[in-house]
Structure formats: C-alpha cells, structure tokens
Design a protein around this ligand. Structure first.
Ligand SMILES: [Zn+2]
Length: 69
C-alpha cells in the first residue's frame, strides 16, 4: 500500500488516500474529489477532456516515488 495526500494528487486538502496500485489510486482520488471537491472534479474532468494523459503524467511520478508501506 502507498499513501498520498489529496493535495499531492492535484487536490486541495490534506486527506490521506491509500491504494495498492496506481489504478486504484486514480479511482480513489476520483471518488474523493467527486465527493469532497466538486470544483476540483470539474477542473480535472476538463483537463482530462483536453489531454487524457496530462494528469497521470504529472501525478504518476509522485506515486512511484511514494514509499511502500
Ligand atoms: Zn481532498
């Protein structure tokens, strides 16, 4: 498992999100912003529509760098 904060993933709060894989983290983060930050969710959706790979290109290295625990 790895832990990243919402903020590290382009969000706005310090909530810690846990996942066992990058795909799971993407899902967890998506659900988290939809539930807690509708504005961020809208921005991320817009970003995704413009360039589907942009978000993961920026965030995935942070995931790779996060320590396993
Ligand atoms: Zn958050």
């Amino acid at each position: 498992m790895k832990t990243m904060t919402c903020k590290e993933l382009g969000g706005v709060c310090d909530e810690r999100l846990q996942a066992g894989s990058w795909d799971e983290m993407v899902k967890t983060m998506t659900e988290h912003v939809k539930e807690n930050h509708p504005d961020v969710a809208k921005d991320m959706e817009k970003m995704h529509n413009e360039d589907p790979k942009k978000w993961s290109k920026e965030m995935r290295p942070k995931w790779e760098a996060a320590p396993e625990h």
